[in-house]
Every structure is written in structure tokens, then in C-alpha cells.
Design a protein around this ligand. Structure first.
Ligand code: BGC
Length: 735
């Protein structure tokens, strides 16, 4: 059924969403007085004038934005805020760092940094400790580069596998996204640098991102996208949250009281501050009263500098109470103390490139997903004749474009094709898979063909024992992928090469899931995502079995676009990236509600090409003995995992639940288990109680229904082999 927008608005009113009510300004959960960050913030603010407090609410463009230069005091980055004189607070040096520290328009002479693989790769590790290490690496590089606030921690759900920024995010499941992104945030902040959870909320597509309204039943939103943000918050405790460009149920996210105040600050007791995305502030009083605390780069990015003279006038006229200004300033200062950035201010020093690149490499080694391995074609024999074809594998690996783009250490290794429009040409990091393969297997005879001429590639394939084709899909911020196909001639190339030599392995470097019309005619497929600064060696080590693949998909790979909840994206084919962001479809009704990704496939009994949670390795595993126990409302699944093969490996058994009243299955927990050949281990997984519940919008709480729940112990979202049931008594939980 296609719910009408009217229904969303009605229920929104019931939840106190669309009405411009006066939000409560006081912060609650942390007002107990026990938190030293609160006390120190209050102390600093006590001696500040109103003018000084208001200066904290507005950052200026930091340079590199349409040719702008760094402001005095700024290092050259997304934004800068001069701390009030005599406050003892540091200036805020705010940098993008979705995957590594960014250098917009190459503004800083020494601005190259190490880049992690894409967020999807980190998420595909299902390893919260790896995600944390990844965050530590970025946080450390930020600190060594003089930055104290990072704009990294993307947690929007993949509602559409063509989303231009999916590669910055974690995937389609709220629990998985929340835990993985939250862990990266915790890692960044362990380095005394604030991490920013973004883009709050429902910024799941790039098409019309500046104007469109994502319309969704608020209850479904709490059970999907907002649950992802909620779990990321409680896992990572980010100092700031960035509200997004788009509207949500008609209201701009940065002036949406339901998102910013009712949900984030009241229900979730968030003590930090909300900053706007660059160009996402549209008002002064309305935004401040809704819960926006800081306008970002307001001198350049927004239509007006709202949080300057206009907000001052609002305060003078009583439209915005001073108490709200105090709250805004206190939230900002509190976060500075909470992550320790006042006491541990950045010390600019040389980056430890070798160590940091190894972190990126490990992340890629754990996050690449082995999708197909017919006849054990992988790992490759170290003495084989191997034809490597395409993807610029001779020089490097591709990366995603936009504000998460990192300037590669060692420079860009592929020039062209000379795209003038944002975000320019794809950037390849100088981490060559070909060179790394040669280093890994010096006895192998490895040739390279660029793949641009299919006949020449076919000749190379004929002459080899094994072929490895590298195929790319460039995606970037500001535009969704117009199709789910690999770039250029890749489909035709793979088809021709596999016909010449069926012992073909495809290594995909993509920002999104892609269609694979040649899937059944190749022997192996490794999804390497955007592999990052350590990509070359990581891929080579996986291919030759120096390390076993252990990644599992966090996104469903569909068989066709017709299987998607929204088979087409209106306006995605507009050929101008700015047209696309502003002037295409203005309203997107998410009538699939919380059934995102694999839940949509489950609900409709669609068979995907590769399901969520799927991933092969070089050994085999089995699981058995599933038992469920409930204590004080906490459900635990206990089971055994066995390595039944001959190689060490890592398994990621997943636990899904089905509620008594039906509906799609939901991931409720998982465990990553490393086992030697023949080894077994008993594992316990606690199920997140919110996945056993519905959100009750009327009473604003979670409600576990009474009845019989189904539980799947599974290797992926479509695995039905092991099931159990349990009876639970209904109960409610605070939001
Ligand atoms: C992006 C944000 C980014 C900001 C600053 C915006 O266009 O949406 O993710 O942090 O720019 O560069």
C-alpha cells in the first residue's frame, strides 16, 4: 500500500512533530551535575558575555570552497570558528574526514593524508574493534594536522543501492550501521578530536538533496533510519551531530523540532550540539527554536548569515529566549570538554604514514567481501600465469568523490578524463594491486592489459592460466548512480574475457552494489569497495591467501533494479549535478517504511543476487545448538560455531528475529568469531531489545509485543536453515 503523505503528517502531529511548539531548552539526562564536562562548560560560560556566547554559534567558511581562501587563523578546511578572547577555549578548526583528513581544493600545501577504504568496507568487517581502530587513525591524523573537529561519522541508511554517498555510510541495517559508525566515532574522539554524526536525517539520496522532502511515517523512521542514529550515538557519544540538507516530512532537517529536539535532545538525552550541513540553514529563530545550535560556514554556504545579526535581533525582540542561546553555547563548550580537546590541543607534527596506511590496509583486508569462488579458484597459485586486466590496477585504486575525498600521499596516479564539473575526475590512490601482486608472488608470471581494447584483453586472457579483471564504479557526493552498472566497458570486457578463459576472477572497486550480468560465467568475484590508501597490498594478500577474506555484505545486491522499493530515481538522469541537487523530484514517499534493504526483499519474497550478511572465505563453517534464554527482558542466543575446513578463518554468524505479528525479519545481533581449522567455540549473542519491539508513536516508547518470536541463526539474511522460537511477555521501554 502506498501511504499518502497526509497520513504521515497526521501521525506527525500526534507525535508533536509538525507543530511549532516551544521546545524545552534545558538538557536533562546529564544535568545531574556529576559530569565534569558540564561543570566546566558552565564555569566558562558564566564569565562570557552574550556576544561571546553568540560568537560560538556561527562558523565561517574555512577555505577551498569555490575558490575561497582560508580566513585569518584558519588552517584551510571546511570551517573555522575563532574562540572568544579570554575564554581559554581553542579556535575550532573544522575539517571533513569521512574517510581521512580532507584538503579541500588542495588548499593546504601539506594536506595529503591517509585514506581508509570506504565506509562500506569498514562496515563489512562487522568488527567494531576494526571500526574503532579506523577512527583512531583518522583522529590521530586530524590532531597531528591541527584539527579539533571532524565532519565524519556518516550513518544514513542505504535506502537505495544507487545512492551517491552510500560508500561513506555503513549499509542498510540500523543496528549494524549504528554499532559500526558509533565505533569509528569513539575511535576518533579517543584522540581528543570531536567526531560529527551525520547527516541527520533521511539524507539517503543525493538527487534533490537540497530541497526534497523525505516523507515517512515517523514510527517507521524511528524503527529504521533514526534507530541507526540512536545506536551510533549511544555507541560513540559524538560531540556533534550534523543536520542534513533535505526536508523530512516537509520541514527542513535543520529546523525540524521533531528531529532535533523531541527525538535527539529529549528522547535520546543528547548533550552535544547540532551543527548544520554546509548550506542547510534556512532561518534564524525557527532553526534555533527547533534545536539547531551552530550554523556552519554561514558566511558562504547559506543564503544569509542567519545566526549573526538576524539571531541577535531575534534575541533582542524576545523571539528567541536567552536561555536558548545559553543552551546552544553550553552544548558546544560541553562537547569541547567532553572529548578533552581543551586539555589536549592538537600538536602539529608529521603523520606516521606507514603505520596509518597499515590500518587502512587491515580495514580493507577485513572488509572486502568474497562473493564467488567456483572450483576454489582463489587463493591464486603463486606460480600461475596471471593476466591482470583493467581498472588502472597497474598504478592504483579508485576512490569516491566529494567532501570525503582525501588528497593521496604520493599524488594522484591517473590523469583525466578532464571532467570540469564537481567533483572532477575520479582520484586513484597510488597503491597498485598489480605491483602488490607481483611482490606477493614473485614466481608468478603476471602480465597487464589496460582493458580498453577488448580484443587485446581477450588475447591476454587466452595466454594465461588465470585472469584477474579489475572493474570500477565511480560514485560521488551530489549525484546518485544513474544505473547499477559498472563503469565504461566493464560488463562487455568481463563477458568477453570470461568467454575466452572461464578461470576469471573479477575484483570490483565500487561505491555501491552493482548488477553483474556476467556473474555465472566467471569463477570468482571479490568486492573490494573503494579500497583506500592500503588497497593494493590488501587485495593482493586476499587474492593469494596471505589473509583470508572475512567481509560480509551490509547491503543487498539485487538481481535487477525492478526489485527495489523504488525502481527508478526521478530526475537522476539530469546531466548537471547542480540541477540534480536542486531542481528534480521534490518529494519522496518512503512507503516501504522501515522495511529497508533485506527487509524489503524478505517482505516481498524477492531473491537477491547476493543477500545482506553474505560473504565467503577460504575455509568452511557450521553452526549448531541454538538456544534462547530470556532474563529481565534481555534475550540471549547461544550456539556453537565450528571451523569445518582446513584453513583458519573468521565467521560472522548473525541472529535475525521475526515478531509475533509478522513483518520482515530483522538483524538483532551478531558475533565475529576467529577459529583455527577443526576448532569450535560456544558463542553468546545478546539481542538488542529494540529489534524485538515496535515503536509506539502514541505513547512515545518501545513496545515488545506478547507472543511467539521466530529466531534465525544465519550466515546471511536469506539463510533459513536454523530456526527456533521463543515466547515473550509484552513490555514497554523508554525511547
Ligand atoms: C556535505 C557534508 C560536508 C560539508 C563540508 C557538505 O556538502 O554534505 O558532508 O561535511 O559539505 O564540506
Amino acid at each position: 500500500m502506498r501511504l499518502s503523505r497526509k497520513i504521515f503528517l497526521l501521525s506527525a502531529v500526534a507525535c508533536g512533530m509538525a507543530v511549532a511548539q516551544a521546545p524545552a531548552f534545558a538538557r536533562h539526562a546529564h544535568d545531574g551535575g556529576g559530569d565534569p564536562a558540564d561543570a566546566r562548560a558552565r564555569q566558562v560560560l558564566a564569565s562570557m558575555s552574550l556576544e561571546d556566547k553568540m560568537s560560538l554559534l556561527f562558523s565561517v567558511d574555512g577555505g577551498g570552497f569555490n575558490g575561497s581562501v582560508a580566513p585569518p587563523g584558519g588552517l584551510g578546511s571546511a570551517a573555522y570558528l575563532r574562540a572568544p578572547k579570554g575564554s581559554g577555549l581553542p579556535d575550532l578548526q573544522i575539517s571533513d574526514a569521512g574517510l581521512g583528513v580532507r584538503n579541500p581544493a588542495h588548499i593546504r600545501k601539506d594536506g595529503a593524508a591517509v585514506s581508509l577504504p570506504s565506509g562500506l568496507s569498514t562496515a563489512s568487517t562487522w568488527d567494531m574493534d576494526m571500526a574503532r581502530q579506523a577512527g583512531v587513525m583518522i583522529g590521530r591524523e586530524a590532531w597531528q594536522s591541527g584539527f579539533n573537529i571532524l565532519l565524519g561519522g556518516g550513518a544514513d541508511l542505504t535506502r537505495d543501492p544507487r545512492g551517491g554517498r552510500n560508500f561513506e555510510y555503513a549499509g542498510e541495517d540500523p543496528l549494524q550501521t549504528g554499532r559500526m559508525v558509533g565505533s569509528t566515532i569513539a575511535g576518533v574522539q579517543s584522540q581528543h578530536v570531536i567526531s560529527t554524526l551525520k547527516h541527520y536525517a533521511m539524507n539517503d539520496l543525493e538527487t534533490s538533496r537540497m530541497t526534497m522532502s523525505a516523507d515517512i511515517d515517523p514510527v517507521a523512521m524511528r524503527e529504521s533510519d533514526l534507530l541507526g542514529f540512536e545506536i551510533a550515538l549511544e555507541t560513540g557519544h559524538p560531540g556533534s551531530v550534523m543536520c542534513s540538507y533535505n526536508r523530512v516530512n516537509d520541514l527542513y532537517a535543520c529546523e525540524n523540532p521533531y528531529l532535533l529536539t523531541t527525538t535527539l535532545k529529549q528522547d535520546w538525552h543528547y548533550p552535544g550540539f547540532v551543527m548544520s550541513d554546509w548550506g542547510a540553514t534556512h532561518s534564524s529563530a525557527r532553526a534555533a527554536l527547533a534545536g539547531l545550535d551552530q550554523e556552519s560556514a554561514g558566511d558562504h554556504a547559506d543564503a544569509r548569515p542567519y545566526f549573526r545579526a538576524l539571531l541577535e535581533a531575534d534575541v533582542k525582540a524576545g523571539r528567541v529566549p536567552q536561555a536558548r542561546i545559553n543552551d546552544m553555547a553550553e552544548r558546544i563548550v560541553r562537547s569541547l570538554f567532553a572529548v578533552g580537546l581543551v586539555d589536549h590541543q592538537p600538536q602539529r607534527s608529521a603523520l606516521d604514514v606507514v603505520t596509518d596506511t597499515l590500518v587502512a590496509q587491515k580495514d580493507e583486508e577485513e572488509g572486502a567481501v568474497l562473493l564467488r569462488n567456483q572450483g576454489h579458484i582463489l587463493p591464486l597459485s603463486p606460480t600461475a600465469r596471471i593476466a591482470v586486466i583493467g581498472g588502472h590496477a597497474d598504478v592504483g585504486v579508485i576512490s569516491g568523490g566529494g567532501s570525503s575525498q582525501v588528497d593521496p600521499i604520493g599524488g594522484e596516479v591517473v590523469k583525466g578524463p578532464g571532467k570540469k564539473e564537481w567533483p572532477g575526475d575520479p582520484v586513484y590512490f597510488p597503491s597498485s594491486p598489480l605491483k602488490a601482486m607481483k611482490a606477493e608472488a614473485p614466481q608468478a608470471r603476471i602480465t597487464y592489459d589496460s582493458g580498453t581494447n577488448i580484443a587485446s584483453a581477450v588475447r591476454a586472457a587466452h595466454a594465461a592460466d588465470v585472469v584477474v579483471v579489475y572493474a570500477t564504479q565511480f560514485t560521488f557526493e551530489g549525484m546518485d548512480a544513474p544505473s547499477m552498472h559498472l563503469d565504461g566497458n566493464a560488463d562487455a570486457l568481463i563477458t568477453a574475457v570470461a568467454a575466452a578463459n572461464p578461470r576469471t576472477v573479477v575484483v570490483m572497486e565500487t561505491g555501491d552494489p552493482v548488477l553483474m550480468p556476467w556473474n555465472n560465467s566467471v569463477a570468482g568475484v571479490l568486492e573490494a569497495w573503494f579500497p583506500g590508501s592500503g588497497g593494493g597490498p590488501a587485495i593482493a594478500r586476499l587474492l593469494f591467501g596471505k589473509v583470508a577474506p572475512s567481509g560480509h555484505l551490509t547491503m543487498t545486491f539485487p538481481q535487477a533494479e525492478s526489485q527495489l522499493a523504488h525502481p527508478d530515481i526521478a530526475g537522476v538522469t539530469a546531466d548537471n549535478v547542480f540541477e540534480m541537487q536542486f531542481h528534480t523530484d521534490q518529494e519522496l514517499v518512503y512507503d516501504e517504511g522501515s522495511d529497508v534493504g533485506y527487509r524489503w526483499f524478505d517482505r516481498n519474497h524477492f531473491k537477491p543476487l547476493y543477500p545482506f550478511g553474505y560473504g565467503l572465505t577460504y575455509t568452511t563453517f557450521s553452526t549448531d545448538g541454538l538456544k534462547l534464554a530470556e532474563r529481565h527482558g534481555q534475550v540471549t542466543a547461544t550456539f556453537n560455531v565450528h571451523n569445518t575446513g582446513t584453513q583458519p578463518g573468521v565467521d560472522v554468524p548473525q541472529v535475525y528475529v521475526g515478531l509475533p505479528d509478522g513483518g520482515a525479519r530483522r538483524l538483532a545481533g551478531w558475533q565475529r568469531v576467529s577459529l583455527a581449522p577443526g576448532e569450535s567455540r560456544q558463542v553468546s549473542v545478546q539481542l538488542d531489545p529494540r529489534l524485538l519491539a515496535h515503536f509506539d508513536g502514541r505513547h512515545n516508547r518501545w513496545s515488545v509485543p506478547s507472543g511467539t518470536f521466530r529466531v534465525w541463526l544465519a550466515s546471511c539474511a536469506t539463510d533459513d536453515s536454523q530456526q527456533a522460537t521463543m515466547h515473550l511477555h509484552g513490555r514497554t521501554m523508554a525511547p
